[in-house]
Design a protein around this ligand. Sequence first.
Ligand SMILES: *Cc1c(COP(=O)(O)O)cnc(C)c1O
Length: 412
Amino acid sequence: MTDPSDADPRFETLAVTHGEQPSHDERAGDVTMPVHLSSTYEVPGIDPDTALEDLDPEDNEYLYSRLANPTRHALEKRLAALEGGDHAMTFASGTSAIVATVTATVEPGDHVVAFDDLYGGTNTMLKELFRDRLDVAVDFVDARDPENVADAVREETELVWMETPTNPLLRLCDIEAIASIAASADARLGVDNTFLSPYFQRPLDLGADVVVHSTTKYLNGHSDSLGGVAVTDDDDLANEIGFLQQVGMGNVLAPFDAFLTLRGLKTLPLRMRQHETNAAEIAAFLDEHDRVETVYYPGLESHPQRDLARRQMDGAGGVLSFELAGDLADVERFVAELEAFELAVSLGGVESLIEHPASMTHSPLSPEERAELGITDSLLRVSAGVEHPRDLIADLDAALEALDRGARRASR
Ligand SMILES: *Cc1c(COP(=O)(O)O)cnc(C)c1O
């Protein structure tokens, strides 16, 4: 991460304070932004000369909460600052941030090029909403090689949609190279940055036009809120996404969730550092274990795109996956033995989770599609929390040991 001069606050400082100026509520002098639940706001008087778009939340001018809400506004300001963009719009979920961003960029007859290894819901959205119902052509390519993206873009391409690292195999794509391919095709590049958060990766700095997150994951970080955000420095795109957020879809993040996410963000750098430490230690432990076949983690020297990881990411993040040496019955037994990891989908919270992609996140895919992506029945994905790493490793060690005991018993 580039180190700003002393004149500009650094990431850790922005994460705690930005957007939350006490001037928003002068009555009590709160140091944190209150949850503004009011759906509507008293205006000073009737003024036919003031247009709706002239009302400025920066000057404490609010009309109606769907359009702008003080708590949501504080969060949007902070998220824009952390991603290095000019505009942020928050939504009721990551999914709604993505559907608004795609809708803002394409229309019937247009073409989208997307990574073939996207979040399952995004993959289904692009196919079953945009392609099948809205007449938008979509090509899925293996974007690990940017040449595949270059070969797929064409005259009608308006959007290139990427995710890096991907779920669950932690594949990477080169944001800078793909941004220049998109730019030369006059298309916009959107990047889902959910897996790393802006603490570890800033796609706008690498040339992306828009970044989205499921704030449900690392940004809120405590598994107690659903939300999403789109951040951009493109004014026209921000207008389009803002229109969809407030009017076209009326899909906004609720004040209480905005408050929780603002609070979560204050510790984003601390949490991300611990998530990474824990994931790296777990990855190193599993990599050495003979009951484990392959470990997928961008922080391991064995990761096939380790050089790209070093170049484009400031840290390897908190998610890893691995193949257990064994069959589905072994996987079931192993997971049942674990105590420090809850068996659950989702990621990015302070507690460690484990999930089985074949039967959970990726069960909507056919067995053939899973095989093509490399998602086997013995693959497990871990979201490392912020607990003490030795406790997590001791738990994994005990569960692997239990598998060995079972195997010895069976062979007697
Ligand atoms: C969870 C997730 C989403 C969807 O976000 P929701 O908040 O569940 O709607 C999109 N992309 C990625 C990478 C995710 O992990």
